[in-house]
Write a protein that binds this ligand. Sequence first.
Ligand code: GDP
Length: 464
Amino acid sequence: MYKSDTICAVATGLGKSAIGIIRVSGPEAISICDGIFVGKKSISEMETFTAAFGRIMDGDTVVDEAIVLVMKGKHTYTTEDTVEIDLHGGSYVVRRVLELLINKGVRLAEPGEFTKRAFLGGRIDMTEAEAVMDVINAETERSLGTSMKQLSGKLREEVVSLREKILYNTAYIESALDDPENYSLDGFGEKLRADIDEVLMRINKLLSTSEEGRVIREGIKTAIVGRPNVGKSSMLNYLLGENRAIVTEVEGTTRDTLEEYADIGGILLKLIDTAGIRDTSDVVEKIGVDKAKETIEDADLVLLLLDGSQEMRDEDRDILNSLEGRKVIALINKIDINIEGTEVSENKELEKELSGKGIDHILYTSAKTGQGVEELKDLVKEMFLNQELDYNDQIFITRSRHKSCLIRAKDSLDKVMEGIDAGVGEDFLTIDLMDAYEALGEIIGEALEDDLANKIFEEFCMGK
Ligand code: GDP
């Protein structure tokens, strides 16, 4: 059984802040906090999930006024007795109260230790524990959203459902081998193939969201489109604040699509710079053009760039026509260019034609001077808040450990498929099926135990 000492940690940042919160968790949390807190009641007399006002005392000295929140074990995050101390003072006071606690025998928690306790206490499973770590480390609100989704158990739900399917088939085979009179394996190969095919598809889908070595932070898929030379790469760079895309004056040099992420006030845009869309006979460029069209179909948002210093061309119109039904923001770019000494601060002709095509969001920008970029950011934020824009609702694999488990499961299931094709005996198939089951189980921190498997087997088949 898991036994623990009492730990504490600062829940708020240690920098400048109006309040500081210290959390204490463990068997002695309540008694130790009682030793430094003076309120109307002692903490041990307080009801669980109630708060009280009082003072933190160092002997006779008042350290700070505080509100304590008492949460008694089992239903707390760590499943242990937990006391939260909300202090008014800044970092100096927080440090002093930490010192007081440490002097009374509380240990400073290691990073992630509260979450580790939640896991060990059975409060959350491995995917959820890891997602919590991601929440703590989340850099943007969006990646927070992804972590939240795993936290609410979406990944686990999917893994559990995949495992059930595998287990059911394994159990059926085992039953048929044990009890051939009641369970027939005639034609079972085809049913198994269909099931495993589906499981493989779903595993592939999960895998497609993963990427080695870094946390995937999927944002609003934003395609940047426009004919060559209107300033797509420049705009991308401006939004990124760094020079990553190749900017060039030769038309058609952005051959492929390029993906980058930009954080716009906590909203994450996955920016996809498409090759200049136009009819082309250049084979290499054509690949890029096709991909751009695909990207548009897949995008949550399209940034259509036009050259504000020029008139609308047929190439622009072709692109415009391909955007029907998409969320579009049109950017009339290069407004810094002077034509005959006058600044192109507007181009009514372009604007009119865009409006005529049902484009409501039109902004004037310059990827060179940055004019209009703030307005663009504000507009994106506004559209997001109005729910005109949304993230797609997918589960994301954010851990390389999950990925390697999924790959192992996939390899085992591939072997099952090969086995079916080669007509090997069902009893051999169960070995690979169970390997896949086990690999998936590791994602949610459940290794295969013989008796557990047996129990489920009984429930599945023999029980009927
Ligand atoms: P893309 O082919 O659409 O990706 O266009 P690029 O970003 O490669 O830009 C083509 C040319 O236009 C480059 O010489 C850029 O420096 C220039 N350019 C892009 N945006 C602006 C702008 O807002 N103002 C001015 N003056 N030049 C721009």
